[in-house]
Design a protein. Structure first.
Lengths: 81, 765, 158
C-alpha cells in the first residue's frame, strides 16, 4: 500500500482527508484510484499534477512504478522561466 | 541516509574528457560576426508589415471596432480583430506540459469584450509598408467605454474593487464564494503546527514586504514572420523559448492542424521566461492567412513593456519564530501576487519556495492569485520565487541580528539537507545548500573589511528545476563527424553543453559535433527552454540518442569482425572487442561511419523521453553595498554568487548564469519597477525610464561553483539558470540594513526611497 | 513620397541606396541593405544594440537618418572580421563566453572597438563607463569587461 499525502487544497476536495492509503502499481493507477474514490478530485487530477514518490518529483509520468510502502505526494505542476 | 561524500562518489564519473571543459561554443562565430539570425532578421519576398492597435485604456468595454476605412486604404492587405479568432471554452487543458486556459489566451492575444490593460491588442493590420500600416491603424475606429481600473494587488482584493471578470469566483475555497472577485485562487501548504511552533519561540518577527512589478527586459523584442499558403499550410519563424509550444498554441487559436504548421525558432535574444507564451504569432498567422502573403510583426520596446510578460508586483507577510540559540521553530507567510489581466500568477511556486532553504517542522503558507489591470504575467526566472524568498530571507536576517548570531551561522543551523521535509510534502534528496553556506563562510569576501557607509548582506535561494519532454537525433556522417539535432532553442549556450555531452559519450572531438535546433516538423515534440531544463532534459535525450548510436556502431563492428555483439564495447571513440591475443584492431567511429552504407545503411541515434529525476539547486550570495547618504544611491561594490550546479558541463556558461541572474536581481532590488499614473497607464515604458543595470552600475560578479551531483543524471546535472536571481533581493536589503541600520520592506531601494528613509531617520522605511 | 538617393561607404565598400527621408540608418542597414547584424532593441538610443561607427565616431544607428550618411563612412559588425581572421575582440568574446543570447554582442563589439581606438589601455572602470550605453541582460557584464580588457592587451602586444 502506498501512502498518499494531499495538500490542503486537494484535501478540501477529498472530504478533508489528508492521507489516503491505496494500492497501485503505477502513477496512472494511483491517480485513477484516487479519482474514483473522490470524484471532486478528479478534474484536478485530470488537469495534471506532479507526483512525488519517496521524494523524487515526477511530472506527466503515468507509467512510473509506485513501489509498495512508498510515500506519495500530489503537488502542483512546476513550470519555470 | 547517504552522506554528501557518498553521493559525490556515486555520481561523479572519473576521467571526463569533454564534460567540464570550456570550448568555444559552436554558434559563437555567427554571433560575433552578426550572421546569427534573430527574430526580426528574416526577410521574405513580398513580405508585408504587420502592426497592432492597442488599447489606450487600462480597462474599457469595447462596444465596436470598425476596420473598414483602414481596409480601404491603398496598400493595406488585411486587418484582423476579435472577430477573426474563435472563442474557446474556459478550462485548463494541458498544452505541452503547461496548463493553459485557451479562453484567456485568445482574449490576451486579441481583446474581446473588454480591454483589460493599457496596451491590450485590439486590432491589427498588414500593409505594404510601415508607413501605410501606421496610417491604417489611425483609421480604425474603436468605440470604448472606459471603466474604473485597479492595478495594486491589495486594492484589487478589496470587496468594492472594480471587477475585471464578472464571472471569476475564487478557487480553492470551500464552499466556493457566491460573489465574484478579483481573487482567482487561494492556496495553502502546511507542515506541522505553526501556531504551536510560534509558542515555543523566544523571538517572533513579523513583517510585511512589497515588491513592484518588473519586466524580464530581454534585449530582443518579440518578433515573427508568418506565411500561410492557399491550402492553409502555415510556416512561422519566431523568437521563442519553445517553438513546439508556440505551434500548439497557434494551431489551437487558428484552428489549424498541428501537422500543417511548421514553426522554426530563430536565434533568441533573451527570454528569461517571457518568451514562453504567444503574443504576435497567432495574429501574424491570421493576417498572413487573410493576405496570403508573408507578414512580419515586431514589437517596439514600448509594446514589450506595455503588452508582454511582466512579473507580478507582490505583497508578502511573514512571521517566524526562533529560540534564543537560533533554532527556527515555526514560519508563516501570506503571499498576494498580481496575475495581471488573467489568472495565473506564479503564486504556487512562490508559496512552495518561500521556506525551502530551511529544515522546519512547522510551516504554513497561504497564497492569493489576484487579477489586476496589467498584462497577464509571464514567467520570469524562477517565477514567484524571488519575492517570497526575499521576504523570508530578510526576516531570517533580522532574527540573526536580534539574536546576535552570524547570519550564515544561523542559516547553517537551520539549513535544509538531504531528508528535510518540504512544506509541499516530499523530502529532499541530496542537495547542496550546506555546501554553499560553508563556501560563503570561508570565502575571503565574507571576512573582508568594510569601509564607512558600507554594509554586507547574505541570502540563500532555492529553485526546483524541471524535466519534461525532449527529443534528440544524432546523425553519424560518413566522414566521422556528427550532426546533433535537438528541439530546445539555445538561449544561453546550451548547444555547447549538449555537444560536450555527445562528444564525451562518443569519445570524439567536440569540434566534430555540429548541433542544430530543428524546426517543429523535423523532430518530435520538445518542451520549452525554461525551468532550467535544457542542459538537463535535452541533455538526457542527447545522451540517450548517443548511446543508441553507440549500440549501432558496436553492432556494425561485431558484424564486420564476425564476433558476438556482446563481446564489443565502445571506448575512447572506438569499438573494441574483448582483450585477447587475436583481438582485432579497434574500429573508430570514422572508420565505421565510412562503411556504414555497406553494413546496413546510415547510423542514426535517436531518443525521445520525458525527463524525470530533476534535482533542485540552492545558492548563497554575499554582497557588499555602499550607500551615498547625500543622494540615496546604493552601489554594489563586491558580489559573490555561490551555487550548487550538480555538475557544470560548460563551467563558463554556468558562471554566466550565476552572473547574469545576480545582476538581474540587483536591478530588481535597486532600480527596476513599473510606475503607474493615476490613470492606470505606465509612465516608464522605455529603457531610459525603466533602468536595468548597465556595466558601470555593477562590479565583477565572483562565482563559486559547488558540485553536489544529482544522482539521477549520468553526469550529475541539476539545472542552474533560475536560482541566481533569488538571493540578490534580500542579500542587498540585508546589506543596506547593515550599512544604514534601516530595514527596507519595499523594493526597489531606489535613490528617492533610500533618501526619504535616511531623512526620516532610523526605523522601518 | 520621394525617396532620397544616398551614396556612402559601408564597411569600406561604396554603396548606393534609396531611402525615405525619415528612415533611420538602422532601418536602411537592416531593411534595404540586408545588414541585419546591427540589432534594434529600443529605437530610442537607450540600448546600444544598433551601435555602428560613422566616420569612426560611435553612434546609435537608430538615432541617425539614412540620408545623413551621404558621403560618409559607416562601419558595422559585418565589417569587423577581416577575411577569415576575427578581430581580437571577437576572439576574446568567444573565449570568455562573453555572450549568452548574443543579441547585444554586435553592439558591444562595435562600441568596444571604438573605445580601443581612442584608448588602447583602458582600466576596468574606463571599459565599464564607455560600455554603459550598451545593455546586456544576460551576462551581468563580467565576462564582457574581461574580454575587452584582454583584447586590449592583445592589440597592444601586436
Ligand atoms: S536600437 Fe538603437 S540604441 Fe537601442
Ligand atoms: S548576451 Fe543576451 S543581452 Fe547580452
Amino acid at each position: 500500500m502506498a501512502r498518499v499525502v494531499l495538500t490542503p487544497n486537494l484535501s478540501q476536495l477529498a472530504g478533508g482527508e489528508t492521507e489516503v492509503e491505496l494500492t497501485a502499481s503505477t502513477i496512472r493507477q494511483l491517480l485513477r484510484e484516487l479519482g474514483d474514490r473522490y470524484p471532486e478530485l478528479k478534474p484536478h487530477l485530470d488537469e495534471g499534477v506532479a507526483v512525488a514518490i519517496d521524494g523524487q518529483i515526477y511530472q506527466d509520468a503515468w507509467l512510473e512504478p509506485v513501489p509498495p510502502e512508498s510515500e506519495v505526494h500530489l503537488l502542483p505542476q512546476i513550470a519555470g522561466g | 541516509m547517504a552522506t554528501t561524500e557518498e553521493t559525490r562518489a556515486r555520481a561523479v564519473r572519473p576521467n571526463l574528457t569533454w564534460v567540464g571543459t570550456r570550448p568555444v561554443r559552436p554558434d559563437g562565430v555567427d554571433k560575433v560576426t552578426g550572421r546569427a539570425k534573430f527574430g526580426a532578421d528574416l526577410q521574405l519576398p513580398g513580405m508585408l508589415v504587420g502592426r497592432m492597435l492597442r488599447s489606450p485604456y487600462p480597462h474599457a468595454r469595447i462596444r465596436s471596432i470598425d476596420t473598414s476605412k483602414a481596409e480601404g486604404l491603398k496598400g493595406v492587405k488585411a486587418a484582423v480583430t476579435r472577430d477573426d479568432f474563435e472563442d474557446l471554452p474556459s478550462e485548463f487543458v494541458p498544452a505541452g506540459e503547461m496548463l493553459v486556459n485557451y479562453r484567456d489566451m485568445v482574449r490576451n492575444v486579441m481583446a474581446r469584450e473588454k480591454a483589460l490593460y493599457e496596451g491590450h491588442a485590439v486590432a491589427a493590420v498588414a500593409a505594404t509598408s510601415a508607413a501605410v500600416a501606421r496610417q491604417a491603424l489611425s483609421l480604425i475606429e474603436v468605440d470604448y467605454e472606459p471603466l474604473p481600473h485597479v492595478i495594486d494587488v491589495l486594492e484589487a482584493m478589496e470587496p468594492d474593487a472594480p471587477l475585471l471578470h464578472e464571472d471569476l469566483v475564487t478557487a480553492g475555497v470551500e464552499p466556493p464564494p457566491e460573489a465574484p472577485s478579483n481573487i482567482a485562487k487561494r492556496l495553502s501548504f502546511t507542515l506541522g503546527d505553526s501556531e504551536a511552533g510560534l509558542e515555543e519561540a523566544d523571538l517572533v518577527v513579523e513583517r510585511e514586504f512589497t515588491t513592484r512589478p518588473v519586466h524580464q527586459a530581454y534585449i530582443e523584442p518579440h518578433a515573427c514572420v508568418a506565411n500561410v499558403s492557399e491550402d492553409d499550410y502555415a510556416e512561422l519563424w519566431c523568437t521563442t523559448q519553445g517553438h513546439y509550444v508556440v505551434r500548439a498554441f497557434c494551431a489551437k487559436l487558428l484552428g489549424l492542424d498541428i501537422s500543417k504548421l511548421r514553426v522554426t525558432a530563430s536565434e533568441i535574444g533573451g527570454g528569461f521566461g517571457g518568451k514562453t507564451v504567444v503574443y504576435l504569432e497567432p495574429v501574424a498567422l491570421a493576417l498572413a492567412r487573410k493576405a496570403r502573403r508573408p507578414v512580419k510583426m515586431v514589437m517596439s520596446r514600448e509594446e514589450v513593456f506595455l503588452a508582454s510578460g511582466p512579473a507580478p508586483g507582490t505583497h508578502v507577510w511573514v512571521k517566524m519564530g526562533a529560540t534564543r540559540d537560533g533554532r527556527i521553530t515555526a514560519a508563516e507567510a501570506v503571499l498576494k501576487y498580481q496575475a495581471g489581466a488573467f489568472q495565473g500568477s506564479p503564486i504556487t511556486p512562490g508559496a512552495m519556495c518561500a521556506f525551502a532553504p530551511y529544515a522546519l517542522e512547522n510551516v504554513k503558507v497561504t497564497g492569493y492569485d489576484v487579477v489586476t489591470n496589467r498584462p497577464k504575467v509571464a514567467s520570469y526566472r524562477a517565477p514567484g520565487g524571488p519575492m517570497s524568498e526575499y521576504a523570508v530571507e530578510c526576516v531570517v536576517d533580522e532574527i540573526a541580528k536580534t539574536l546576535a548570531i552570524d547570519p550564515v551561522e544561523l542559516r547553517l543551523k537551520n539549513a535544509a539537507r538531504e531528508g528535510t521535509r518540504t512544506v509541499y510534502g516530499p523530502k529532499f534528496g541530496p542537495i547542496g545548500l550546506i555546501e554553499t553556506l560553508e563556501q560563503a563562510e570561508h570565502h575571503d569576501h565574507y571576512r573582508a573589511p568594510l569601509a564607512p557607509n558600507q554594509g554586507r548582506g547574505v541570502a540563500c535561494g532555492f529553485w526546483f528545476n524541471i524535466g519534461g519532454e525532449s527529443c534528440a537525433s544524432l546523425h553519424v556522417n560518413d566522414d566521422g563527424t556528427v550532426t546533433l539535432t535537438v528541439g530546445t532553442p539555445d538561449i544561453g549556450g546550451s548547444r555547447a553543453s549538449l555537444c560536450l555531452m555527445a562528444a564525451e559519450e562518443l569519445g570524439i572531438d567536440f569540434e566534430k559535433v555540429q548541433p542544430i535546433v530543428a524546426d517543429t516538423s523535423s523532430l518530435g515534440f520538445t518542451f520549452l527552454t525554461a525551468g532550467s531544463r535544457s542542459t538537463f532534459a535535452s541533455g538526457l535525450a542527447v545522451i540517450e540518442a548517443t548511446r543508441d548510436a553507440v549500440r549501432q556502431l558496436c553492432r556494425r563492428a561485431a558484424q564486420i569482425w564476425e564476433l558476438p555483439e556482446e563481446s564489443v564495447r565502445w571506448q575512447d571513440g572506438c569499438a573494441r572487442s574483448e582483450e585477447s591475443e587475436d583481438a582485432p584492431e579497434p574500429l573508430s567511429l570514422a572508420e565505421l561511419a565510412t562503411v556504414a552504407g555497406k553494413t546496413g545503411g546510415p547510423i542514426v541515434g535517436h531518443a525521445q523521453l520525458n525527463a524525470q529525476g530533476v534535482a533542485p539547486s540552492f545558492g548563497t550570495h554575499i554582497v557588499d553595498v555602499e550607500v551615498d547618504r547625500e543622494t540615496g544611491l546604493v552601489t554594489v561594490v563586491r558580489y559573490t554568487a555561490i551555487q550548487d550546479a550538480g555538475k557544470a558541463i560548460h563551467p563558463s556558461y554556468v558562471e554566466g548564469q550565476y552572473q547574469g541572474g545576480a545582476v538581474q536581481g540587483i536591478g530588481w532590488a535597486l532600480n527596476e519597477e513599473y510606475i503607474y499614473g493615476e490613470d492606470g497607464r505606465v509612465e516608464n515604458p522605455s529603457f531610459l525610464d525603466y533602468r536595468i543595470p548597465v556595466a558601470s552600475d555593477v562590479p565583477m560578479i565572483e562565482t563559486v561553483l559547488v558540485e553536489v551531483p544529482n544522482p539521477r543524471h549520468p553526469y550529475g546535472v541539476r539545472g542552474v539558470g533560475e536560482t541566481p536571481i533569488i538571493p540578490p533581493l534580500a542579500a542587498i536589503a540585508n546589506a543596506v540594513e547593515s550599512a544604514l541600520g534601516i530595514r527596507f520592506s519595499e523594493l526597489p531601494m531606489s535613490p528617492p526611497r533610500v533618501l526619504a528613509a535616511i531623512h526620516e531617520g532610523a526605523g522601518t522605511a | 513620397m520621394t525617396r532620397l538617393h544616398v551614396s556612402a561607404t559601408i564597411n569600406g565598400d561604396p554603396v548606393e541606396f534609396l531611402c525615405e527621408p525619415e528612415q533611420t540608418l538602422l532601418d536602411v542597414l537592416r531593411d534595404e541593405l540586408q545588414l541585419t547584424g546591427s540589432k534594434e532593441g529600443c529605437s530610442s538610443g537607450d540600448c546600444g544594440a544598433c551601435s555602428v561607427t560613422l566616420d569612426k565616431r560611435l553612434v546609435c544607428a537608430c538615432l541617425v537618418l539614412g540620408a545623413e550618411v551621404e558621403g560618409h563612412s559607416v562601419e558595422t559588425i559585418e565589417g569587423m572580421a577581416k577575411g577569415n581572421k576575427l578581430h581580437p575582440l571577437q576572439q576574446r568574446f568567444l573565449e570568455h563566453a562573453a555572450l549568452q543570447c548574443g543579441v547585444c554582442t554586435p553592439g558591444f563589439l562595435v562600441a568596444a572597438r571604438a573605445l580601443l581606438e581612442t584608448n588602447p589601455d583602458p582600466t576596468e572602470r574606463d571599459v565599464r563607463y564607455w560600455l554603459a550605453g550598451n545593455l546586456c541582460r544576460c551576462t551581468g557584464y563580467d565576462k564582457i569587461v574581461r574580454a575587452v580588457l584582454e583584447a586590449a592587451s592583445d592589440i597592444r602586444a601586436r
